[in-house]
Design a protein around this ligand. Structure first.
Ligand SMILES: *Cc1c(COP(=O)(O)O)cnc(C)c1O
Length: 360
C-alpha cells in the first residue's frame, strides 16, 4: 500500500499507529475472542474500554471534576438543537457569534427555540476575520454565548477565548478540539463531532459543566436531554461503541506524544510552514486575516482558477488527496488536523512550489 496524505476536512485522517493498533485488535480484543464491535456495551470489557477512554481524555484536556464527559451520537449538528433545548431554562434569548458557515447553521437551529442575538458578525469581510472583542454587544440576560472556535470551511480560528462573565460559554470545537491545550473551566459546554480530530464519525463528544444540566424544557426528547445521558454514563441507549473505543486509542496516542502542548507545537509549525509557502508565492492566496488563520483548515486559491482541475489531478498523482475546497468557496482546502504528519505538509508544499513553477 502506498502512503497517501489525505487532506479531507472530515471524515479525516486518523493516526497510522492508531489504525495499526485497531487492526491488530479487530477480531480479537485482548483475548476476548470478540471484536469491540460485537461486545455488549454493558459488559465488563466494553465498560473498561469506555472508562479508560474517558480518563485519558480527562487527563489530556485536564477536565475539572465538576464537568461531565458525554459520548453521544447525532453529530455536532444535533448539538445545535440540544444546546438551546437544555440551556434556555426560563430565559428567552441567547447570544451567538457569526463567523462563517458552521455558526450560521447553529444560529438557524437556535432560532427555532429562542430569540438569537447576533452579537458579532464578520459577514461584511466575507468571514475572513474575527470581529474585535471590543465591538461585541454581549447581553447579560442571554442564556448562553455560542461561538465556533474554528470555522472549518472558512479557515478562521479564534486564538483566544471570549470572556462573557457569568453567561455560560458554549463552543462548537468540532474541528479544533485536541489541537492545543484549552482551559476547560472557561466553558459551559464544549462539543465536537468526532470525525475531524477525535476518531470515526458517529461519535459526538460533549463536555458540560454539571450545573448546566437538569433544566431542559419539558418537551425535550429524553435523547436530547444532557441529564439523561449524564445519569446513565452515556449508556441510556446503545452508544457508538466502536467509535468510542477508537477515540480512546487516539487519546492514548496523544498522551504518548506528550499531550496537547506537544501537539500544539507540531500543529503551529505545520500551519506556519503552509501559510508561509502560500504568502511567499504570488501564485497562491489565502484570504484570511493573518491573526485569525486556522491551524487546522487552510483554504487557498490559485492565481488562475482555470488551473484548479489540473492542480487537483497532479496533486492526486503525488498521493496528495482531497484538496478540493468546499463547494461554497471553491479553490483548495488543506485540512491538517493532528493526524496529518508533518511530512504530509512538507510534501504538499513541495508540490505547490513545483506546480507554480511549471504553470505560474
Ligand atoms: C463538521 C462540523 C460540523 C458538523 O458536524 P456533524 O458531526 O456532521 O454534524 C459542525 N461544526 C463544525 C465546526 C464542523 O467542523
Amino acid at each position: 500500500m502506498s502512503r497517501i496524505f489525505n487532506f479531507s476536512a472530515g471524515p479525516a485522517m486518523l493516526p497510522e499507529a492508531v489504525l495499526q493498533k485497531a487492526a491488530s485488535e479487530m477480531q480479537d480484543w485482548h483475548g476476548s475472542g470478540m471484536s469491540v464491535m460485537e461486545m455488549s456495551h454493558r459488559g465488563k470489557d466494553f465498560m473498561s474500554i469506555a472508562e479508560r477512554a474517558e480518563s485519558a481524555l480527562r487527563r489530556l484536556m485536564q477536565i475539572p471534576d465538576n464537568y461531565k464527559v458525554l459520548f453521544l451520537q447525532g453529530g455536532a449538528s444535533c448539538q445545535f438543537a440540544m444546546v438551546p433545548l437544555n440551556l434556555l431554562g426560563n430565559k428567552t434569548q441567547a447570544d451567538y457569534i457569526h463567523t462563517g458557515a458552521w455558526s450560521k447553521k447553529a444560529i438557524a437551529e437556535a432560532k427555532r427555540y429562542c430569540e438569537v442575538n447576533i452579537v458579532a458578525n464578520s459577514e461584511a469581510s466575507q468571514f475572513s476575520d474575527i470581529p474585535d472583542f471590543s465591538t461585541w454587544q454581549l447581553n447579560s440576560d442571554a442564556a448562553y454565548l455560542h461561538y465556533t472556535p474554528n470555522e472549518t470551511i472558512g479557515g478562521v480560528e479564534f486564538h483566544w477565548i471570549p470572556d462573557c462573565a457569568d453567561v455560560p460559554l458554549v463552543a462548537d470545537m468540532s474541528s479544533t478540539i485536541l489541537s492545543r491545550p484549552v482551559d476547560v473551566s472557561r466553558f459551559g459546554i464544549i462539543y465536537a463531532g468526532a470525525q475531524k480530530n477525535i476518531g470515526p464519525a458517529g461519535l459526538t463528544l460533549v463536555i458540560i459543566r454539571e450545573d448546566l444540566m437538569g433544566n431542559a424544557r419539558d418537551t425535550t426528547p429524553a435523547m436530547f436531554d444532557y441529564a439523561t445521558h449524564a445519569k446513565n454514563g452515556s449508556m441510556y441507549n446503545t452508544p457508538p461503541t466502536y467509535s468510542w473505543y477508537l477515540a480512546g486509542l487516539v487519546f492514548d496516542w496523544l498522551l504518548e506524544l506528550g499531550g496537547l502542548s506537544a501537539m500544539a507545537a507540531i500543529n503551529q509549525r505545520k500551519a506556519e510552514k503552509l501559510y508561509h509557502a502560500i504568502d511567499n508565492n504570488d501564485f497562491y492566496q489565502n484570504p484570511v486575516a493573518v491573526k485569525d488563520r486556522s491551524w487546522m483548515n487552510v483554504p487557498f486559491t490559485l492565481a488562475d482558477a482555470a488551473l484548479d482541475k489540473v492542480f487537483l489531478e497532479e496533486a492526486e498523482k503525488q498521493n496528495l488527496k482531497t484538496l478540493k475546497g468546499h463547494r461554497s468557496v471553491g479553490g483548495m482546502r488543506a485540512s491538517i488536523y493532528n493526524a496529518m504528519p508533518e511530512a504530509g505538509v512538507d510534501s504538499l508544499i513541495d508540490f505547490m512550489q513545483q506546480f507554480a513553477a511549471k504553470h505560474g
